[in-house]
Design a protein around this ligand. Structure first.
Ligand SMILES: Cc1cc2nc3c(=O)[nH]c(=O)nc-3n(C[C@H](O)[C@H](O)[C@H](O)COP(=O)(O)OP(=O)(O)OC[C@H]3O[C@@H](n4cnc5c(N)ncnc54)[C@H](O)[C@@H]3O)c2cc1C
Length: 332
């Protein structure tokens, strides 16, 4: 049977693939020639309707090893939220605010996943990766990975012409350093309000996890196959970092400049939650940053909507929104 990328991506979009292999990355990668797509949960990918004419590899490794102290070595194939649940169950703090993010451990450092005032970079010590340039396994430290807001050397490389939709390095395992504590910090106003603690205060990590999952569900940001608002690649655009925010825009100062709410820009530009151009693709009814498939949607429709939003925001605010997902066989 022909495997289609629509079967393995959360947008449920994408045409046929030439070859699909599932197994241990370390065994498979040395033998691959030609174009490569290493796939985790397919939750940050927009794949072309024409499909992918290379090899798609999915990692079957699922080990979590204790390295001593509060360090863990986690295989790339482990489901991200399973590891978050594992850490919270053992009173290990650090990942609780990242509960409910879809995908795999191996993809987490690629765009330095983040939510509710936390990002994964704070807990990653190093990764073991297959370097496709020299065909060897290498160790990259947190500093080597250059993780920033939804970015790292891995993501930059996955966007380069040279390497295709999977970059030069394929992560085999990630080393995390967590903190032995049943309590964690709450750094995001909406979450703090829900937990009834001040921003910067502490709460039990099990309560933080429950509150984050509740907030995420209310926005359609926890995968649910019966809920079309979750048939997305998460946020389609990142929050732009600018030197001057438009009047009235929710914005806050970061090291790199002023980060402006992309959701606000999109809504102000005339694209409310639920916006549709008449086809099978629409903005989520609960989250204006998520472009969703209502069933039978195509990559072509997603790109059309994304282009329209991007050009209108640029026209009104002179800000060019940057897409968050990785494109496979298509471009914005
Ligand atoms: C409903 C929903 C909510 C989301 N919420 C958030 C959120 O709050 N915060 C956030 O940051 N993201 C969010 N996302 C985006 C997405 O979940 C993350 O980016 C996630 O880390 C992607 O993991 P994945 O395994 O699905 O990666 P995939 O989509 O399978 O792959 C994405 C990219 O990573 C590469 N990749 C995958 N595995 C490896 C590996 N082992 N080594 C090297 N490269 C690899 C792929 O080749 C591809 O380039 C959301 C997505 C959805 C659908």
């Amino acid at each position: 049977m022909v495997m289609r990328l629509s079967d393995v991506t959360t947008l449920r979009i994408g045409g046929p693939v030439d070859t699909f292999i599932e197994g241990s990355l370390e065994d498979i990668l040395p033998k691959i020639e030609g174009d490569l797509l290493v796939l985790g949960g397919g939750s940050n990918i927009l794949a072309a309707d024409e499909g992918f004419s290379g090899t798609v590899v999915r990692d079957s490794s699922r080990e979590v090893a204790e390295l001593g102290g509060s360090q863990f070595r986690v295989d790339a194939g482990v489901v991200w939220d399973d590891f978050v649940a594992y850490s919270v169950d053992r009173d290990l703090s650090g990942l609780e605010s990242l509960s409910g993010i879809p995908g795999s451990v191996g993809a987490a450092p690629v765009q330095n996943i983040g939510a509710y005032g936390a990002d994964v970079a704070a807990t990653v010590v190093a990764v073991r990766a297959w370097d496709r340039d020299i065909n060897e396994a290498v160790r990259l430290s947190r500093a080597d990975l250059k993780m920033a807001y939804r970015d790292s050397i891995l993501k930059r490389s996955a966007r380069s012409q040279k390497w295709g939709p999977t970059g030069r390095w394929v992560i085999l395992s990630v080393d995390f350093e967590l903190v032995h504590s049943a309590y964690g910090f709450v750094r995001y106003a909406e979450l703090a309000k829900k937990l009834d603690v001040p921003v910067g205060g502490q709460a039990k990590i099990s309560d933080i996890r429950d509150a984050v999952l509740g907030l995420r569900r209310s926005k359609g940001m926890v995968l649910d196959q019966t809920d079309h608002d979750t048939w997305s690649a998460g946020s389609f655009f990142t929050n732009p970092v600018v030197t001057r925010a438009p009047d009235g825009a929710p914005a806050f100062q970061t090291d790199g400049g002023i980060k402006v709410s992309a959701a606000w820009l999109i809504e102000q530009a005339g694209f409310p939650k639920g916006f549709s151009m008449g086809g099978q693709v629409a903005l989520s009814s609960r989250h204006s940053l998520a472009i969703t498939n209502r069933g039978g949607g195509t990559a072509h429709e997603v790109l059309e909507m994304a282009r329209r939003i991007r050009s209108r925001v640029k026209e009104l605010y002179s800000i060019e929104l940057q897409p968050e997902p990785i494109f496979v066989g298509c471009q914005l």
